[in-house]
Ligand binder design. Sequence first.
Ligand code: FAD
Length: 294
Amino acid sequence: MKLTDIISSNTFTLSFEVFPPKTNARLESVRQATEEIAALHPAFISVTYGAGGSGSRYTLEIARNLQKKGLTEILPHLTCVDAARDEVRQYLADLREAGMHNVMALRGDLPEHMTPRMMGNAPYPHAADLIRDIRAAGDFCIGAACYPEVHPESKNQQDDLLHLKEKVEAGADFLTTQMFFDNNLLYSFLYKLREMGVTVPVLPGIMPITSAKQISRARTLSGSFMPRRFTALVDRFGSSDAAMQQAGIIYATDQIIDLYANGIRHVHVYTMNKPEVARAIQANLSEILGRDFQ
Ligand code: FAD
């Protein structure tokens, strides 16, 4: 099933993101964790693509395994910055053969060895180039990334939004946001996006922070603004893993409830392969999920 059919429904849903292992040694434990997450029957599960293309084999392996279980729809990611056209074609053929019709099309972070000149000569310098090829290759439902707080390489938000519009014009069917910890940033981003005439569904991406050390990683990855309300909670509970996990889950749940209350129906949760976190957030929303409050 195409994800646009799911996310255009009026019921409140959650979807979950998982990531593949980097090595064979972790494959079994990741497989098990992702199966537990799929058993919660989210709207879909996205499976990330190893940075710089590393571990793409494991993306396919985890995605195929979940697809076979048939518990939910699967959204495998694909990055293109250092991909060759025939690799992309092969990946899409593999997805098709496994019965997957959705793909998240990303540029990926620039590898250190890549100079601007190399990038200019690459087949896919930007995600929009990949999206065009996927659209031409067949009937995939295509997701793309967006950044309520502006992509770190962009000059300014206007530039970033124009490039985002290009991705939608190239064929992206929906967008998923980078994590954010202040919903007002999402609301003002959505306002600007809609004003530019971009009307595809936008899935807010919520990252439950469940340990103090996850914070610096989240900051480096996304440059997200951390509201005082949030940092106070980390200052107070960060020294206890159990307390921080509980507080982080409650903070994420609170963000999701506010999003639902303000017109969003579908939220994507970065689970970090933790079934207990996905389960707790789902349980906190048990009287809301799957229902249609007009
Ligand atoms: P692009 O859309 O190409 O944008 C990158 C930068 O280039 C932006 O600053 C944009 O404004 C600019 N730009 C775009 N088009 C042009 C143009 N024509 N001319 C000049 N500038 C332009 N990374 C992974 O490695 N694996 C994953 O699985 C993964 N999943 C992700 C999922 C989500 C929801 C998000 C938000 C990010 C994910 N990332 C992943 C990270 C992502 O790969 C990086 O943020 C990357 O730096 C940008 O990818 P993009 O697809 O947004 O790129």
